[in-house]
Write a protein that binds this ligand. Structure first.
Ligand SMILES: [Fe+2]
Ligand SMILES: [Fe+2]
Length: 363
């Protein structure tokens, strides 16, 4: 962002986001940190921490072979792994958000820069509250954060993501590409989080934290959507816009909910090691993972996972429809995402899917 934009340069929408954030910022401690501190890991009863049907390996023979307590433990460890990954991903976006804030404060729309910096503060509080809860859940099972981290071998991907966008930003002179692609991450996170909030057996204290998180993240998603479109407009050369769109589609296609046939070895390693934390021997855990990923036992995902995957696709398609790009690029983007989400697109065509209904959340 090398030019002066005294009139806002397209970032006027951040004024509204900023005024909402100003109001919410005063209550950050009571929305996030206080309930995390009040949460008692030894008083969880039978409550879940993640949507039942989104528990890794749910419905597989290995899952059925676990006792009731181990199944709940697997559900809670799925939460711990997912939110440890979320915390690390939020730290990664903070690095880039602050690079963008620095640039905007120096050269561009200073008010927008201030709002970008505000998101960093919000994410920092989210990270703090997630880690408090995760540590307490782990302590209940005699585990430490360091032990969990050793099993979450996909965490370093966040560092690579930050490095790649920082280098690209340095070469191109702006973080347009980062903002343009951030939307897909927001939608992915939102979809799973809203299903967690709606899980009937969810632990009420953790649900409350996630409800507040979903409200903040809905605003961050508006930021991604608005800034993504400004970023695309600011890419002057058509080839660069097209390249950005291709990059977006490929990135969005690789993000997923549930199992994915393009799962990398790092994601696989995290899931296998999590199963091992529930007492499954390594060779059996590896084989169970292979069968789960390759849909050997359950060709179709559980209904909630299917609905969530379809929601993710639809949100992405709606974003793509809003972009000022050629029809051929638009259809390429949709095809790329459809290639990894074909199962739910087919299921919807056949009329067997119930759409995800997400009510409005308020503070
Ligand atoms: Fe967050
Ligand atoms: Fe966020």
């Amino acid at each position: 962002m090398a030019l002066q934009h005294p009139d806002g340069g397209g970032f006027e929408f951040t004024r509204r986001l900023r005024s909402v954030s100003d109001r919410d910022a005063r209550r950050m401690h009571e929305s996030f940190v206080a309930p995390a501190l009040a949460f008692d890991g030894d008083e969880m009863g039978d409550r879940l921490l993640f949507p039942l049907e989104m528990t890794w390996f749910y419905g597989e023979p290995v899952y059925e072979s676990l006792g009731a307590a181990e199944r709940i433990k697997l559900n809670r460890l799925t939460f711990c792994q997912s939110y440890l990954s979320t915390a690390v991903a939020e730290a990664a976006t903070n690095v880039l958000n602050y690079e963008a804030a620095l640039s905007a404060l120096t050269y561009d729309d200073a008010d927008a820069g201030e709002y970008m910096a505000r998101e960093v503060v919000e994410e920092t509080t989210h990270i703090q509250s997630f880690l408090i809860v995760i540590r307490k859940v782990l302590a209940h099972y005699g585990l430490t954060l360091e032990e969990l981290r050793a099993t979450n071998v996909s965490l370093p991907l966040a560092t690579r993501y930050t490095q790649a966008h920082s280098v690209l930003g340095w070469v191109l002179g702006d973080l347009n590409f980062y903002y343009f692609t951030r939307f897909a991450m927001n939608v992915n996170q939102k979809t799973v989080e809203r299903c967690t909030i709606d899980e009937p057996d969810m632990h009420p204290d953790v649900r409350e934290i996630l409800r507040h998180h979903a409200i903040d993240e809905a605003r961050h998603m508006q930021m991604s959507r608005g800034t993504g479109k400004v970023a695309l407009e600011r890419m002057r050369a058509r080839w660069m816009r097209n390249l950005a769109c291709i990059g977006y589609a490929r990135f969005a296609a690789r993000l997923y909910i549930g199992r994915h046939r393009r799962d990398g070895s790092l994601q696989a390693g995290t899931r296998i090691r999590t199963l091992m934390l529930c007492g499954v021997e390594e060779p059996r855990a590896r084989e169970a993972y292979r069968q789960w990923r390759d849909r050997v036992n359950q060709p179709d995902d559980p209904p909630l996972v299917q609905s969530a995957r379809l929601y993710y696709v639809k949100q992405n398609f709606a974003y793509i429809d809003e972009l000022d790009v050629s029809d051929s690029i638009r259809s390429y983007m949709k095809r790329a995402i459809s290639a990894t989400y074909g199962d739910v697109i087919r299921a919807e065509r056949e009329g067997g899917l119930r759409p995800l209904e997400l009510g409005e959340l308020r503070r």
